[in-house]
Design a binder for this molecule. Structure first.
Ligand code: ZN
Length: 309
């Protein structure tokens, strides 16, 4: 019972990141919230049934060799989103010579679930989270200069003018010139991302959905040479993918790199109350993705993505 609650907490921290938990726990005792919302004892039992394959045929693998010697950009809402969603893929990409960039909308200045940041100001927390992001990127082979922090306020992304967000992202895309972009889904499948399935609010954080919408629009805007020429020469993104744990179009086998993914996530110290639970939690989530995708025979642990084009 106790470990089930701890596992739920760790899952939440991995997938909703940043301020979501701290916002909720500020108004409700976290333990009560987890128990009342998620019925922890049932949750682990239910997963085995709920993660059955959804397709008639197995999900195909993502051909990562197509990204060799190219630039790929990952766009997210918070520091730690990218490691949780695609850390295994990123390590595979950097190992084969892909130039990986992170573009992160908010500075994460509201998310803290570890004693190390309990007494920090929001400004100090933002600085800490950038350092943690740099440390996590280094584990996966992403250099500090490839991490672009747009520095919007955590949990407030929906409050900024939409065009302001698009322009900031277009400016970085035209600078980085990515062959492919990965980001959140704008509208995850609500009924199928239920807490009792072990996914909690994976993607339903308002910052996640907002960043998904902006990324989807901005990567197209980037290619329009008459739009915002002051932001740099137009750049056309060739491929676009979204993080997905349920209806993945393609999967990536991360079985032999999941420990590196966990090490990268653990670099987000302020987001991890129990470091020892990060690896088993990722194993739990990424095994569920493999099962859902019908590829568990080929890959014990998988990451999934929607292939937009
Ligand atoms: Zn997040």
């Amino acid at each position: 019972m106790k470990s089930s609650r701890a596992l739920l907490l760790a899952i939440c921290l991995l997938v909703c990141a940043s301020a979501w938990v701290s916002t909720v726990s500020a108004t409700l005792p976290l333990r009560h919230w987890l128990r009342s919302r998620h019925n922890a004892p049932r949750q682990l039992h239910a997963e085995k049934q709920d993660h059955a394959p959804l397709r008639d045929s197995p999900t195909p693998p993502l051909d990562t060799s197509q990204f060799q010697s190219k630039t790929v950009a990952f766009v997210s809402a918070h520091p730690d989103d990218i490691e949780a969603s695609a850390g295994g893929l990123i390590y595979r990409l950097t190992q084969q010579g892909t130039n990986v960039h992170y573009i992160i909308f908010t500075n994460g200045d509201k998310g803290c679930v570890n004693a190390v940041c309990a007494n920090m100001t929001n400004e100090q927390l933002a600085v800490t989270r950038m350092k943690e992001q740099a440390d996590a990127g280094a584990v996966l082979g992403v250099p500090r200069e490839n991490i672009h922090l747009l520095d919007f306020e955590d949990s407030m992304l929906t409050s900024y003018p939409e065009v302001q967000l698009r322009m900031r992202l277009v400016a970085v895309l035209r600078q980085v010139k990515p062959f492919a972009v990965f980001s959140w889904e704008p509208s995850p499948t609500f009924r199928e991302l239920q807490p009792q399935q072990g996914f909690l609010d994976l993607g339903f954080h308002p910052d996640h959905m907002r960043s998904g919408v902006i990324a989807l629009d901005a990567h197209l805007n980037s290619g329009l040479d008459r739009l915002w020429p002051e932001l740099g020469p137009a750049w056309t993104v060739t491929q676009y993918y979204m993080f997905d744990w349920i209806h993945a179009d393609v999967y990536v086998d991360i079985t032999d790199v999941i420990e590196t993914k966990a090490k990268a996530f653990n670099a987000h110290v302020s987001q991890v109350p129990l470091p020892s639970l990060v690896l088993p939690t990722l194993q739990h989530i990424n095994a569920a993705v493999a099962n859902r995708s019908g590829v568990a025979q080929e890959a014990t642990y998988a990451e999934g993505f929607v292939e937009y084009f």
